[in-house]
Design a protein around this ligand. Structure first.
Ligand code: ADP
Ligand code: MG
Length: 590
């Protein structure tokens, strides 16, 4: 069949207007021919005989009359073993070179295989000739890093098939045929370990979507205890430039209790991205002792790459995340920053001369953001197993003002909000999540009433602080002052966490629960102190002890000794009768 062709009738930045004959679909891929280069493009609007395409490359040299060849295929990614450990651009070109040579970019129009034929895996068959299979059925498995990677019937095959042949156990290239299946009309379809899936369509090869109920432990205390994330849930991290969004995502990618992490570094400055790419492979996975990269995929686009590629990178990332979910794994997708992606949408919308919405973002901004986050979820697979995709996105609003369309659209759809504050990052109170503004709809590892009791102290402590700014310390009552000291104590020993201390950097759920009870013993105690100075000294002493305790290995002898020491210190300083504080804590349980 003759390939469908079109002719360029207009060029606006990264958008070309093309007149064509035949049928052209939305999101169909076309290649724009410039000299001997072929530039990948995607149809983003069709009107009559004219299609508009976003070009994923610089359009220098493109002119009226240039030819475009349509592929009849939607923008898609390749899925198969070997994705883990890769660093791709938004179009799934491997970018190891970029990581090695700072600032080096691929030449335009060069598209590499995401999963090259040199990649080989040991295949163990799981299906037999004669078996009846549907999409996502397991034909065999290969080991990939620490996981068993399922080689499945491609998700786009929607019939019932009979297995004709499966390759015997052995080492094969990802491009070798490892099975043949026959469709209901008798046609034989050869299958390899790799198949493709259109990125803008959620992978729907599962039985049902479940409500996210189980917490995803990130081991960041302020997140898990105060503003928890759920497996299969969504959350966002808005914050001004430099407040610690990227660092917080890196900490999470290292310590969160998930199997696979997919990072889309989208539109940040090239220097920052190169930094990530250089640092990441060196990071040791605290769970396996191997490189963290072995269970990570990075999709990266810098602000110097064409904006259309940012759009692609977000979808490429989430599609790869969904693919690993199909293996029965828990996947965390971290998008940094979704604002850059939204800016790309704004730019393309402007070129399409659409009627702009708020701050010139397209009117459909909200629905596009919503449908991105809707791809998160805990699902029951066809085999009854569970898999999840959790999505966390950063938002970087200009000036840190959350009253803007991207932050607001995101807040409408996510389950948790971790708002970073300039005030806290300036004071180096990391992670700089604002405990008074953030929220979560999910439940975490610590009993909700205990958390509520402490949040109440935080709120009251802040009230006292604001009042003190007006009336001074002298004008503040001793009781109020102690409340303020307690809230500061909680902030210092629990909310702040030292990312560079090997122990403090990551706190598991059991330890959070244990710490929280000791913390409550301090916060609920009725301290017998004569004046503010004595109160300050006491809380400072306790803080120091607690900080030391934070550095002790979980469940070590020192851990227990230090805990007992803190509790003894509280008892000695409190008016409460023996057991009274414990009783108060007990009442908050359940
Ligand atoms: P953003 O992505 O919000 O612009 P970054 O995550 O790049 O900000 O953080 C900016 C800087 O702040 C980092 O380079 C680091 O010096 C400091 N920083 C951020 N978070 C932490 C943290 N948890 N611990 C220590 N330093 C941090
Ligand atoms: Mg950043």
């Amino acid at each position: 069949m003759e390939p469908k062709k079109g002719t360029v009738v207009g060029v606006t930045g990264n958008m070309v207007r093309v007149s064509y004959t035949g049928d052209v679909m939305m999101n169909e891929v076309g290649y724009l021919k410039v000299g001997d280069q072929r530039l990948k493009s995607e149809v983003i609007r069709v009107r009559g005989r004219v299609a508009e395409l976003q070009v994923f490359e610089r359009t220098k040299g493109v002119g009226i009359g240039d030819e475009i060849e349509f592929t009849s295929e939607l923008l898609a990614v390749e899925l198969g073993p070997g994705l883990l450990g890769q660093i791709y651009d938004g179009l799934q070109n491997p970018l190891p070179e970029l990581a090695r040579q700072c600032g080096f970019f691929l030449q335009r129009g060069v598209y590499l295989n995401a999963l090259p034929a040199e990649l080989k895996f040991e295949f163990t068959p799981a299906a037999e000739p004669g078996d009846t299979v549907r999409r996502a059925a397991v034909l065999g498995t290969v080991p990939e890093g620490i996981f068993t990677h399922r080689i499945m019937v491609p998700f786009s095959l929607r019939d019932e098939y009979t297995v004709e042949w499966v390759a015997p156990k052995g080492v094969y290239s990802v491009r070798d045929v490892i099975a043949k299946v026959k469709d209901p009309r008798g046609a034989v379809i050869p299958l390899t370990m790799v198949f493709s899936w259109p990125v803008k369509r959620p992978i729907d090869a599962f039985r049902e979507r479940l409500k996210p109920a189980e917490p995803l432990i990130t081991r960041v205390r302020i997140v898990d205890t105060l503003f928890p994330v759920a497996r299969g849930g969504t959350y966002c991290i808005p914050g001004p430039f430099g407040a610690g969004k990227t660092v917080l995502q890196q900490i999470t990618s290292r310590h969160a209790e998930v199997d696979v992490v997919v990072i889309t570094a989208c539109g940040e400055r090239a220097g920052e991205v190169v930094e990530t790419l250089r640092e990441f492979p060196k990071i040791v996975d605290p769970r396996t002792g191997k490189s963290l990269m072995e269970r990570t995929v990075i999709i990266c686009n810098t602000s110097s790459m064409p904006v259309a590629a940012r759009d692609a990178s977000v979808y490429t990332g989430v599609t790869i995340a969904e693919y690993y979910r199909q293996m029965g794994l828990n996947v965390l997708l971290l998008a940094d920053s979704t604002s850059r992606w939204a800016q790309a949408m704004r730019e393309m919308s402007g070129r399409l001369e659409e009627i702009p919405g708020e701050e010139a973002f397209p009117a459909y901004l909200e629905s596009v953001i919503a449908s991105f986050y809707e791809r998160a979820g805990m699902v029951k697979l066809y085999d009854g197993g569970l898999g999840s995709v959790t999505i966390g996105g950063t938002v970087s609003p200009a000036g840190g003002n959350f009253e803007e369309p991207v932050t607001q659209s995101t807040l409408k759809v996510v389950g948790a909000f971790h708002g970073l504050s300039r005030e806290r990052s300036d004071a180096r109170r990391y992670p700089a999540i604002n405990p008074l503004e953030s929220w979560s709809k999910y439940s975490g590892p610590v009993a909700p009433r205990k958390v509520a009791a402490v949040k109440d102290i935080l709120v009251r402590g802040n009230d006292v602080l604001q009042m003190m700014k007006v009336v001074g310390e002298e004008g503040t009552s001793l009781d109020d002052y102690i409340t303020y000291l307690k809230s500061e104590f909680f902030d210092a020993v629990y909310l702040q966490q030292n990312a560079f201390d090997p122990v403090d950097a990551a706190t598991g759920a059991d330890r959070q629960r244990r710490m929280f009870d000791v913390l409550l013993a301090v916060l609920l105690a009725d301290f017998d102190v004569a004046d503010k100075e004595k109160a300050r000294v006491l809380l400072n002493q306790l803080r120091q002890k607690f900080l030391d305790w934070n550095g002790r290995e979980w469940n070590s002898k020192e851990f227990a000794a230090e805990e007992a020491d803190i509790l003894a210190g509280v008892r000695a300083a409190a008016r409460d009768q023996d057991g009274a504080v414990e009783a108060k804590i007990k009442k908050l349980e359940g």
